[in-house]
Design a protein. Structure first.
Length: 136
């Protein structure tokens, strides 16, 4: 059986945020691998020379704002509209939505699952119920 990778790409490449409709693209592999290899690792709390850094909501948001355009189809002045959208003071887009948008774009364009993992039962790894008469 022949696997057709092109048919596995997302066909619906639109999203809405702050009342604006955008189309997204799959970035060139060099750009997307740069996201994997680059600053994303530093955001997890490790700075220059391996020293721990405190998390910053501002830096996290600015990071997302700067990287969303990597995924935007440039038609219809998308980059200009994005800058205007995140700069507007009246009816601003909430910070958490900006960050969630970047994470979603990163996941979907990278082929990562966008759904949370299924819930597992709390406790140890044994899925067999023990009898009440057993002691530890």
């Amino acid at each position: 059986m022949q696997r057709e990778f092109s048919k596995e790409l997302a066909e619906d490449r639109q999203f809405e945020i702050g009342g604006e409709l955008f189309e997204w693209i799959y970035p060139h592999w060099e750009v997307s691998s740069g996201l994997w290899d680059g600053d994303d690792q530093k955001r997890e709390g490790e700075g220059e020379n391996g020293k721990a850094e405190a998390f910053s909501f501002r830096a996290d948001t600015e990071y997302a704002i700067a990287r969303v355009p990597i995924f935007l189809d440039s038609k219809n002045d998308a980059h200009k509209r994005w800058k205007a959208l995140v700069a507007r003071k009246t009816d601003p887009v909430p910070r958490h939505q900006i960050v969630q948008l970047y994470r979603w774009l990163f996941e979907v364009a990278s082929g990562l699952p966008t759904n949370p993992p299924s819930e597992s039962e709390p406790g140890g790894g044994n899925s067999v119920e023990s009898s009440e008469g057993e002691s530890s």
